[in-house]
Design a protein around this ligand. Sequence first.
Ligand SMILES: CC(C)(COP(=O)(O)OP(=O)(O)OC[C@H]1O[C@@H](n2cnc3c(N)ncnc32)[C@H](O)[C@@H]1OP(=O)(O)O)[C@@H](O)C(=O)NCCC(=O)NCCS
Length: 223
Amino acid sequence: MSEDDDTRPSPGAIREPAMRRSGCGFRYDPEELSGGVDFSRAHELLHASSTLGVRDATEEDAEAIAERVNSAYRGDISRKGWTTEADLLGGQRTDAAMIRELLDDTLFRLAWEDDTLVATQQIEHLDEHTAELGMLAVAPDRQGAGLGRRMVADAEATARDRLGCRTLRIRVLHQRSELLRWYESLGFEHTGETAPFPTSPRFGEPRVNDLWFLVLEKRLNAG
Ligand SMILES: CC(C)(COP(=O)(O)OP(=O)(O)OC[C@H]1O[C@@H](n2cnc3c(N)ncnc32)[C@H](O)[C@@H]1OP(=O)(O)O)[C@@H](O)C(=O)NCCC(=O)NCCS
């Protein structure tokens, strides 16, 4: 990974602890935010590319995040990748306003190659022990080269080392068998739980009737 990589939270990326969602145990110790956490493991876990940099998102990134996520998940452009939900859903996956709202409560990690946003992911602190990975998106023309795997490793290190979580959780549409196999290959296990797909058109326009998620989890080993 390049020396430019930001492995510590930038001041603009993590809100003041008092502003965090308090109902789900989402709290930071200010001491930790000011540098008490050792992120060297996250640094090792990511990648060795000389041009790729990974950092926390700020509100200024909202438009770019929405564009990257939508291009990976939906529409014809997403079909350039090896897995897409374009056959299941039309419309948008997200928009910049939604990303800004989410940035109040959750962390986004972004992989940049020079000025190009090549991958995104959202890491939400659900409770004391659990974080959820969402909006993992790799640019369709960059997929299949190991970037997704590296982002998941970064999400695991972030959840464990910065948020103090033991478990990383994901929700995957049950129809997406190739994607489920991919997560299984990365060590995620089925919990037996399911979750409903949101009904708001802000999350897309269903093209099939039975949209719901399977819930998978990965136990995070000590760093
Ligand atoms: C899922 C996603 C993040 C993976 O990113 P990626 O950069 O392609 O991931 P990687 O390159 O690390 O791994 C891809 C693997 O799939 C394999 N693969 C490539 N084409 C494939 C295909 N047609 N079918 C199945 N697997 C395929 C690759 O060989 C690779 O396997 P390996 O790690 O054993 O070599 C990316 O495809 C994406 O953004 N998809 C659209 C958005 C999405 O669905 N996000 C997840 C929502 S829960």
